[in-house]
Design a protein around this ligand. Structure first.
Ligand code: DGY
Length: 326
């Protein structure tokens, strides 16, 4: 009998074709994620689930899916999946690391440049007919070149952001659980053993830590107090690393100069969120990995993870390899 798979959104065609070679596939084709009710109904008979970061894959879902063998999450982050629960039940979980590293680093840098040089604000200003003349004091921003960048979490993406920063002659500091002497030597990064030191010294702070109970609100009111008044915060990781109310206050009161964020605590950000009234924040809708090529690679990787799990093999990118193979 063919395996059964549920996919919570349409992904790149070649990845769907690959999965269809080994499984009967049902796909949620809506633009918005399936409701919880739909999800719980659809997973009743499935062996494999291809999920997105917008789907909550928890014990309740696993209860509803007694045949589930593999969860393939189309993202490098997997805070939407209860991995411990999956492991307890012998369900393997895959993710899509590596292929989105540089694309996400590009976006982090795009946000950094646009927040520093006020490009989004400048575009709005131009369209609103405010460009009357060349003004010596118009839309002044902050230099990126030769500034100090503080990277929080030196994983793959953090490292690629650091490499880009070196092209702008930036001094790069990093705060990470693991010290990386080779990178310090080759890329000239400087380690800081605690977050406050990094925050106090940096002109730009870019967050690249995964979200967990430990990193929840790692940037809050106390942290913004430590930053320079001219500093800019960049977040392309997960919204809940930042206490968004505290970010709003810090931006409004000028405790920091600006922010560029691709992720928010609630996604999509509600239209009445006060952050949207500020000019010194650039907000993009969680598009860090959104290039044609990268999203295709992610889809292929997710398909391969899914198929391996269906066939009783460990997914090539498996988060819980301790789950025993069949
Ligand atoms: C991820 O992969 O975790 C990103 O947030 C989306 O690409």
């Amino acid at each position: 009998m063919k395996h059964r798979v549920y996919m919570t959104r349409l992904i790149a065609g070649p990845a769907i074709s690959l999965i269809e070679q080994v499984a009967d596939v049902r796909i949620w084709e809506g633009e918005l994620p399936p409701s919880r009710e739909v999800l719980l109904t659809e997973v009743r008979e499935v062996d494999g689930l291809l999920s997105l970061l917008t789907d909550k894959v928890d014990a309740g879902l696993m209860d509803a899916a007694p045949r589930l063998k593999v969860i393939s999450n189309l993202a490098v982050g997997y805070d939407n999946v209860d991995v411990a629960e999956a492991t307890r039940r012998g369900i393997v979980v895959g993710n899509t690391p590596g292929v989105l590293t540089e694309t996400t680093a590009d976006l982090a840098f795009a946000l950094l440049l646009s927040a520093a040089r006020r490009t989004v604000e400048g575009d709005r200003w131009t369209r609103e007919g405010k460009w009357k003349t060349w003004g010596p004091m118009t839309l002044l921003g902050y230099d990126v070149h030769h500034a100090t960048l503080g990277i929080v979490g030196l994983g793959r993406i953090g490292l690629e952001v650091a490499r880009r920063a070196k092209g702008f002659d930036m001094r790069v500091l990093y705060y990470s659980r693991t010290r990386r002497p080779a990178e310090e030597q080759h890329t000239g990064l400087e380690w800081r053993g605690d977050l406050p030191s990094l925050l106090a010294e940096s002109d730009f702070v870019s967050l690249h830590a995964p979200y967990s109970a430990q990193t929840h609100h790692m940037m809050g009111g106390a942290e913004f107090e430590l930053m320079k008044a001219s500093a800019i915060l960049i977040n392309t990781s997960r919204g809940s690393l930042v206490d968004q109310k505290a970010l709003y206050e810090a931006l409004r009161e000028g405790k920091i100069a600006g922010a560029g964020i691709d992720v928010t605590e609630v996604e999509p950000i509600p239209l009445d969120d006060p952050l949207l009234n500020l000019n010194n924040v650039v907000i993009t809708p969680h598009i860090g990995s959104a290039s044609h090529s990268t999203r295709t690679k992610m889809a292929m990787m997710a398909a391969e993870n899914l198929i391996a799990g269906l066939q009783g093999r460990l997914p090539p990118n498996c988060i819980n390899p301790q789950v025993p193979k069949e």
